[in-house]
Write a protein that binds this ligand. Structure first.
Ligand code: FES
Ligand code: FES
Length: 264
C-alpha cells in the first residue's frame, strides 16, 4: 500500500532526519528512483515515513515496530505487556497509548479524545485501569500492562468479553476495548472493596462488595459510548459480577452461572 505511492513522492518538505529515514526504508524496499509531485504535505510525508517503518518491521516479523526515530529525549523502559517482557526506547514524552498503538502494534486500544475525557484508551496497569492517553510510557517501568488483546486465553474469551457479546454491549465497537478493560478492572475494585462516589454502605465486607446497577453506572461513567449501548453494557457487567445469567431480552435471572475469575 505505502509501497504503491512511493513513486509519487519526493523528499521536499521533510526534515533532514525524516528524509534520511525515508531514504533508508526505501532502500530496504529496493526502490532506486522516486519522483516528486510537489503537492504532498509534510504531514503526509511524515505519516508515510511511519507507515513505511511499520511495513518494514512487519516484513521483518517483529511486533516491536518502529526503530527509535526522531527522538529527542530517549528513555528505555522495561515492562510487561500482555504477559510479554518488552524493553523499548521511547521519546520520554510518548504516551502509553501511542507506545501501544504505534510501537507495539496493539491497535485494540483506541484513541478517542486523546484528552482523558472518553475512556476509549483505557488499559489495565498492575490491576488498575488507567487512561493510556494520560499516562506516559516512561511511567510504566517495571509494570504489568494489560490491553484488550491480552484478556482472552487463546480462543476463549474473557468472561467480560463473552458477556458483552451475549448482551450486545456494543454497536460500532469503538469504545468497546476501553469499556471491557474498565469493566475487568471494576471487578478487581469490587474484589478489593474499593468504594465509589455512590457507595452507601461502608460496613459491607470489603472483599465481597455487591455492586448495584447504580454502582456499575458510576464506576463506568468515565467510559463514553456514542452509540448509547449503556443499558446492555450494564447488563453484561452485572451478569459477570453477580454470576447470575440473565436473558439478554429481559432482566430475569435465568440461572446461576459458573463464577469465573473475571479479574486479571
Ligand atoms: Fe484517552 Fe479519550 S483517548 S480518554
Ligand atoms: Fe459505538 Fe460505543 S459501541 S461508541
Amino acid at each position: 500500500m505505502a509501497h504503491d505511492v512511493i513513486d509519487e513522492l519526493d523528499f521536499e518538505g521533510l526534515t533532514e532526519d525524516e528524509a534520511e529515514l525515508l531514504e533508508e526504508v526505501l532502500g530496504d524496499f529496493g526502490e532506486s528512483r522516486r519522483k516528486f509531485l510537489g503537492r504532498s504535505s509534510t504531514a503526509v510525508l511524515g505519516a508515510l515515513v511511519l507507515e513505511l517503518l511499520y511495513e518494514k518491521n512487519a516484513h521483518a516479523g517483529t511486533t516491536e515496530s518502529v526503530t527509535p526515530a526522531l527522538e529527542e529525549n530517549p528513555i528505555t523502559v522495561s515492562f510487561r505487556v500482555n504477559g510479554a517482557a518488552k524493553s523499548l526506547t521511547f521519546d520520554s514524552r510518548v504516551t502509553l497509548l501511542d507506545a501501544l498503538r504505534e510501537r507495539l502494534a496493539l491497535t485494540g486500544t483506541k484513541k478517542g479524545c486523546d484528552h482523558g475525557q472518553c475512556g476509549a484508551c483505557t488499559v489495565i496497569v498492575d490491576g488498575r485501569r488507567v487512561l493510556s492517553c494520560l499516562t506516559l510510557a516512561a511511567q510504566c517501568e517495571g509494570k504489568d500492562v494489560t490491553t484488550i488483546e491480552g484478556l482472552a486465553k487463546g480462543n476463549e474469551l474473557h468472561p467480560v468479553q463473552a458477556s458483552f457479546v451475549k448482551h450486545d454491549g456494543f454497536q460500532c465497537g469503538f469504545c468497546t476495548p476501553g469499556q471491557i478493560c474498565s469493566a475487568v478492572a471494576l471487578m478487581n475494585e469490587a474484589k478489593n472493596g474499593d468504594l465509589s462516589y455512590v457507595s452507601t454502605d461502608f460496613r459491607q465486607n470489603p472483599h465481597a462488595l455487591q455492586l448495584s446497577d447504580d454502582e456499575i453506572r458510576e464506576r463506568m461513567s468515565g467510559n463514553l459510548c456514542r452509540c448509547g449501548a449503556y443499558p446492555n453494557i450494564v447488563d453484561a457487567i452485572r451478569e459477570v459480577h453477580t454470576g447470575k445469567a440473565t436473558d439478554p431480552l429481559g432482566t430475569q435471572a435465568t440461572s446461576q452461572t459458573e463464577v469465573h475469575d473475571a479479574t486479571v
